[in-house]
Design a protein around this ligand. Structure first.
Ligand code: NZQ
Ligand code: ZN
Length: 388
């Protein structure tokens, strides 16, 4: 077991009616607030009005940036950075899903430097500080509300790049499950697939396990499997939305990593899909994950699948290990594609074979993707082919 540092200093207000603390939290960081949001869901469901009312009550000055797209673009980040600098913004308030939160984090960092914020991603320019960011989460999926990450797309270069840096951590996040009542069944399902992937990317790892963390991950997986279908059928089921929301945060806030080397596989592959085809992140992961599991299954790795299958899906432990492993992949596929009704192949979502070579090359950075199992460009191309 490796040693590790646990340091997640995000203050969380969880539950209904916590918005009354918003102005008090914003006021700690200054008077000039940049409110950022996406394509308008928060206007339709009334959250925008509530937020603006709270900010005004505190006598703070509001500036706005709307229209942040899913798979947020670098152009939005540039625009936000410009507003931060020109209007001398003190604090940013991101209201939305992972896309709005991610873009806002880079605006906050961009405001503190004199170069184009794309350099944070293309050249790994140092992220030493950022303006304070407060978030109000409206979609349970990415964990951006409690992690130091953010993923930005550049359509011009067909790149989607993510990075985790401590200064990108939000200062405060408001997690009110009722703010996710209007999330569509499709986005709820994609969010679930994303959370599952965040967990499996850590769970399926060849390093020594940390029993307590494995149990925690299995518990979160069971939570997603139990509550996602309920939230899809009954969008206003508080218990379901609350369980999914808190799982979203804990699936990626660093807690489950323990001291394990971070060796993600499906996310680097998925980012290449979104970069070219602009598909929903969770959908891409749903299609890739069972195929990646199938590809990595061998005599050395089978025990992890047995643990997953018996503890998460309750598969009979007296079966042959390989049979349990295959059944566990089948049950995960059934959950993603039948229960959550997500499309199950690249063909259905318009992803063609012609780009596999370049996407695979980029996913492994022209080297080896050191994930659960090391994957070469050829391995990744084979996994892509299994997804057709
Ligand atoms: O833009 P609006 O109008 O708000 O609509 C959004 C968008 O169309 C809608 N939505 C959000 N909350 C809603 C709602 N609709 C109705 N009611 C609500 N309450 O849902 C759509 C998708 O929103 P988006 O923010 O794109 O979804 P998500 O939260 O899944 O974020 C995806 C992005 O996060 C990145 C992904 O790559 C992708 O770019 N990720 C970020 C990570 C991180 N920060 O650590 C890790 C993840 O692995 C992921 O890569
Ligand atoms: Zn993800």
């Amino acid at each position: 077991m490796n040693s590790f540092i646990y340091d997640i200093p995000v203050k969380v207000y969880f539950g209904e009616n916590q918005l009354c603390h918003l102005s008090e939290e914003l006021s700690k960081y200054g008077k000039r607030v940049l409110l950022t949001y996406g394509g308008g869901s928060i206007k339709k469901n009334g959250l925008y009005d509530k937020v603006v009312q709270e900010i005004k009550k505190a006598g703070l000055q509001i500036f706005e940036l709307s229209g942040i797209e899913p798979n947020p673009r670098i152009e939005s980040v540039r625009e936000g950075t410009k507003i931060c600098k020109e209007e001398k913004i003190d604090v940013l308030l991101a209201v939305g899903g992972g896309s709005t939160l991610d873009a806002t984090k880079y605006m906050a960092a961009g405001a503190c430097v004199n170069f184009d914020p794309w350099k944070f991603l293309s050249e790994w320019a140092p992220i030493e500080k950022a303006l304070p960011v407060i978030t109000i989460l409206t979609l349970s999926a990415t964990g951006s509300e409690m992690d130091a990450g953010g993923v930005i797309s550049n359509l011009e270069t067909q790149e989607k790049i993510g990075r985790m840096e401590y200064p990108l951590l939000p200062k405060v996040s408001f997690l009110d499950p009722t703010n996710t009542y209007t999330v569509s069944p499709y986005q709820t399902a994609c969010g679930a697939a994303d959370m599952i992937s965040h967990i499996l990317e850590v769970y399926f790892n060849m390093e020594q396990d940390f029993y307590m963390l494995d149990c925690f991950m299995e518990g979160m997986l069971k939570t997603i499997i139990k509550y996602t279908p309920i939230a899809m059928k009954e969008p206003q089921n508080y218990e379901a939305r609350a369980n999914l929301m808190w799982t979203s945060s804990w699936a990626i806030n660093g807690f489950i990593n323990g001291g394990k080397r971070q060796a993600w596989s499906c996310h680097p592959m998925e980012h290449e899909l979104s970069a070219i085809y602009d598909i929903t992140h969770g959908l891409g992961l749903a299609i890739l994950t069972p195929r990646w599991m199938e590809y990595c299954l061998n005599e050395t790795t089978v025990s992890k699948y047995v643990q997953f299958g018996t503890n998460v899906f309750g598969i009979d432990s007296s079966l042959e290990p390989i049979a349990i492993a295959k059944k566990s992949i089948e049950m995960l596929s059934t959950f993603l594609f039948k229960t959550l009704k997500l499309k199950s192949t690249f063909t259905e979502v318009g992803i063609e074979k012609k780009n596999f070579c370049s996407m695979a090359k980029k996913a492994c950075k022209n080297s080896i993707l050191q994930g659960f199992q090391p994957l070469s460009q050829q391995d990744i191309e084979k996994i892509f082919e299994m997804c057709l």
